[in-house]
Design a protein around this ligand. Structure first.
Ligand SMILES: Cc1cc2nc3c(=O)[nH]c(=O)nc-3n(C[C@H](O)[C@H](O)[C@H](O)COP(=O)(O)O)c2cc1C
Length: 157
């Protein structure tokens, strides 16, 4: 596995799609918070998904997820997938991205330039009382805090 990137800007500037479920029943959403590193001697990717997101249900129900990265030309698709909910519409069809089956039960996108295949190894809802007050007021005044999912990166495509 090999992936060279500027990790500090990858999520923040390029954004990504996190996707869970299989090709017959999956959901996807845009993220710009996340990271990559090492935990328990494994390569890991961490994503943060609020419980109100439809994607959260799929993250909870599945043992694996993918994180896909796209070039600038797909910015509008990522905006759409980060503003509409899969609860309300077929937003993937509206985005004109092409979902593709990966392995047995995973979904990525044909247009992604890089896809991380992750196996969930740790899940925890962030503790609102432990985050800085300004962050709490800005992000968690009305909605429950993000759930943190740490996935072992088992493949890079
Ligand atoms: C640029 C961008 C970054 C986002 N990053 C996150 C994130 O890291 N975590 C999160 O929970 N929501 C994030 N969102 C919001 C979700 O993508 C958005 O609520 C989406 O519509 C949820 O879709 P769903 O209900 O189909 O899961 C982001 C949205 C945008 C546009």
């Amino acid at each position: 596995m090999n992936f060279t990137t500027d990790i500090l800007t990858l999520f923040d500037r390029k954004w990504a799609l996190v996707t869970a479920g299989d090709i017959s029943d999956f959901n996807t959403m845009t993220i710009s918070w996340g990271g990559m590193g090492t935990l328990w001697s494994k390569p890991v990717a961490t994503v943060y998904v609020k419980p109100v997101r439809y994607t959260h249900e799929f993250m909870e129900a599945n043992d694996y997820f993918t994180v896909s990265f796209f070039e600038e030309e797909y910015r509008e698709a990522l905006k759409l997938l980060g503003s509409k909910s899969g609860r309300d519409c077929d937003k993937v069809a509206e985005s004109h991205l092409t979902p593709v089956r990966i392995g047995e039960n995973l979904v990525g996108y044909v247009q992604a330039f890089r896809t991380l295949v992750c196996r969930k190894i740790y899940t925890q809802e962030l503790d609102a009382s432990a985050v800085p007050e300004a962050v709490r007021e800005t992000y968690y005044a009305k909605e429950a805090p993000h759930t943190m999912y740490i996935g072992e990166i088992i493949g890079i495509g």
